[in-house]
Design a binder for this molecule. Structure first.
Ligand code: GLP
Length: 258
């Protein structure tokens, strides 16, 4: 796993935006996997800026989001549909028909989940999957004990996740209990993974992800099995890494590497 330690959350976002821009410049019709949450907000802001100021083009890009709350309509301000349109899609030139987000209001979740998986394959698979991480080490909504081979399905949220996400809702009882989420197995099939984390409340989860055993109790640790996974963290999120000096040494020596 490649570990990049940045000075702060803003540097993390700018570094991630450069990775995404490079993918789009090399492959204008790339398929991106996208995440929600507060962590990727700075990345999306920078992508919008690159689109507006530098002409970064999304006209051939396809996107698949990781997850959605069950029961929230697209117009609900806390739905991930709403989040994505407000923070990214409405500011860039991506065609609407190229945007895929799991439905939180379908009347047949099983059929929808199968269709979503199939749609990813039909679009050629995900070139670059952006990921955040929950404080309990989850990716997307793959809570502790999720199978590392899991596919898109309904998950019951853990109490910790409901508590963490309650800050976005008016009252904790309003946080949905179920979500539809890509599985860990779905995520691992992306050609590249890019996990972002900032803040001290992510430090333990990041240390477990990078340096702990591969375990379904920290679903992000499955990134250790991927051949092209990069983690970009700020200093706070990196603060519990035992090998921090080594990762920084690698970064410093990178320009001269054969
Ligand atoms: C939710 C999302 C995850 C996200 C996590 C962390 O659980 N399903 O995809 O990584 O929140 O969110 P934040 O970035 O706000 O800490």
């Amino acid at each position: 796993m490649e570990v990049i330690v940045t000075q702060n959350a803003q540097d993390m976002s700018l570094t991630a935006a450069r990775v995404v821009a490079k993918v789009l410049n090399t492959k204008p019709n790339a398929v991106l996997g996208l995440a929600t949450g507060s962590t990727p907000l700075g990345l999306y802001q920078e992508l919008v800026r690159m689109h507006q100021d530098e002409g970064l083009d999304f006209s051939q890009v396809t996107t698949f989001n990781l997850d959605e709350y069950v029961g929230l309509t697209r117009k609900h301000p806390q739905s991930y549909h709403y989040f994505m349109y407000e923070n990214l899609f409405k500011h860039i030139n991506i065609p609407k028909q190229n945007i895929f987000i799991p439905s939180g209001t379908t009347d047949n979740y099983e059929a929808f989940c199968q269709w979503y998986e199939q749609r990813i394959v039909e679009c050629g698979g995900i070139d670059l999957q952006i990921l955040g991480i929950g404080s309990d080490g989850h990716i997307a909504f793959n809570e502790p004990s999720s199978s590392l081979g899991s596919r898109t399905r309904i998950k019951t949220l853990a109490k910790q996740t409901i508590d963490d996400n309650a800050r976005f809702f008016d009252a904790p009882e309003q946080v949905p209990i179920y979500a539809i989420t890509m599985g860990v197995g779905t995520i691992l099939e992306a050609r590249r993974l890019l996990l972002l984390a900032n803040g001290v409340n992510k430090a333990a989860a990041i240390a477990a992800t990078i340096e702990g055993p591969v375990t379904s109790m920290i679903t992000a640790s499955a990134l250790q099995l991927h051949r092209n996974a990069m983690v970009i963290v700020d200093r706070d999120a990196a603060s519990q890494l035992k090998m921090l000096d080594y990762y920084e040494w690698i970064q410093a020596k990178m320009p001269d590497a054969p």
